[in-house]
Every structure is written in C-alpha cells, then in structure tokens.
Design a protein around this ligand. Sequence first.
Ligand code: AHG
Ligand code: MN
Ligand code: MN
Length: 327
Amino acid sequence: MATKVTVEQHVAEGASPELREVFGGIAAAAREIGKKIRLAGLSDVLGAYGAVNVQGEQQQKLDVFANGVMLRSLGKLASVIACVSEENEEPIPFYRAGAKYIVIFDPLDGSSNIDVNVNTGTIFSVQELSSSTADATIFDVTASILQPGTKQVAAGYVVYGPSTVMVMTTGAGVAAFTLDDNGDFVRSSESMHMPEQGPYYSANEANAASWPAAYREYLAMLLRGELNGKAYSARYIGSLVADFHRTLLKGGVFLYPPTDKAPKGKLRLLYEANPLALLAEQAGGAAVNGPKRILELQPEQIHQRTPLIVGSKREVEALQKAVLEAR
Ligand code: AHG
Ligand code: MN
Ligand code: MN
C-alpha cells in the first residue's frame, strides 16, 4: 500500500514549501464547497442568488457561497496579501506585512451545471507580490495581479464530481489528489502527462456560425481525420474544469473561440485561461488564444476575457498555425 501523501505534504516536500499554507487554505475551502454541493438538493443553495456579478452574469447561490468560503479560508492566511475573484469587481487586499501571495480564483466554475448535478469546479492561480514596499499597508497589488501567466508560482483546480479531485502545479510538473473519507486530499497521481493528441474535440458548436472561419475549417479538417489519420469524437460538458480535466487525461483539444456575443472570447484570462494553460504546459500540452501563447499575454484588467484553445500539443499547434495562416 503506497504511503499516503496529502497535497500539503506534497507541496512542503517540493520546490516551493512556502506555498504549503496556501494549498492548505484551498484544500479546506474545497472540502467545504464540495460538501455543500453534495448536499445541495437538501439545503436552499440551488438556483439564482438574485444578483448580477461584475461579469453581468446571474450569480447562482452556490457561486456566492463558494466565493465566501474561498475568501474566508484564504483571507486569514499570514502568507496571503490579496485575493482576486470572478465574483468581486475589485481585488480584496489584506493589509498584512510580510505576506506575498495573491490568490486569483473562479470560486465555482460551471455554474450552469450546478442545478443538474453535473461536475463543477474551483480554479485558482497564485502570483507573488512583484515588489514589496517598506510599509505593507500602502502598497498597490494591482501590478502584481496583472503579471503574465508565465509568472504564476502555482495553479490548479478542484473538480467536484463522482470524486473530488485537486490537480495542481507549483512549476515542477502536475500532480492530482483525491479527497478521501478523512477529508484529506491524498496524492493519486504524482506526474500527469497530456497525451500527444486526440481522440476528442470539445467546443460549443452552437456558436460555430459566428467563429472566425479558420476555426470552422480547422474543425472540418479534424473531422476529416487529416490531423492524425482518424476522426475525432465530440465531448462538451459546459464546465471548463470538467472539459479540461478530460482533455488532460485523454488528450485532444478544448476550444472557446471568439464569437459574435464574445468577440474577445468568453473565458477569463486571470482565473480560467492562465491557470489551465500553466497546467497544460506543465503536462506537455499547449494553450493559445488563437495566434498567441496564453501564458505570455500581458493582462490589462483583472476580469479581461480571452479566446482559449487548450489541450494536446498536436491539435493546439495545428489550430495556432491555421489561425496565423488565415491572417
Ligand atoms: P462560470 O460558471 O465560472 O461562469 O464559467 C462558465 C464557463 C465555463 O465553465 C464553460 O466552459 C463555459 O462557461 C461554457 O460556456 P457556454 O455555455 O457558452 O458554452
Ligand atoms: Mn468559470
Ligand atoms: Mn465561476
């Protein structure tokens, strides 16, 4: 029987032990969020909260609950200087000298799937204060929040499904942890690798008519089997975390291209695209916004959106080539 290694122990023994406290805070929050989701049908946390968030999207009760749990669990940590959340318009700074981590998160991803008992998730990205001032009560964290994805010191997600699984990286490969009956996230995979290619593509094809033509032509090319000699199957869950998790394990490509409704893409750079792009690259895959590598994009504002194509290298590089050639 392999020895039990928790995510906190894994981080403490890894390259960045000082991140242990942050992962402890995320694990504690994920336990609480997962429990609420599992029992959602028995408590009044399903359905709309009755407010609209900064994204102009209807907040679900569980979005608001998950956000509160993340803020409470991370906000009390000595090493956390600020949080950024999909559900809060502005960053939440904690005026705490000596703290240096900024935790940027989507507290509950896949809100449209909450009420139908389909996988949802929590996505997180950790940046470090790029230059601390002498007096920690008057610094501006914005510059440190708007660093490109290459500067992330950690990233990951928790997927709430038949199992509750945390997948994470601190820049030294990708590991997975399964929540056990004692409430520990126990290492279930020490080093995850994205398959080189296929068999799935994942996109909301209802938007295909408004994608740039290069994306439609790319998909037609995949379906003709011209990339790897055989056709693909379609899989689309509608929760980014679940669609990404399957892509990481099985290979293939997830695409959320520009659409008429979302010409800059729908997904958010800081707390959806960047963390998943770091995980993809750390696992041997790739992530682009069409022409460019996601991790090199310079963020301009904390809720900015981006097209996201992420998955196996073969498929992502073929898409990037198709988009660049169409210019
Ligand atoms: P969130 O629930 O955090 O707003 O994210 C929803 C996102 C993402 O999870 C998913 O990939 C995408 O919305 C689905 O969008 P469509 O319904 O337009 O396909
Ligand atoms: Mn999301
Ligand atoms: Mn969300």
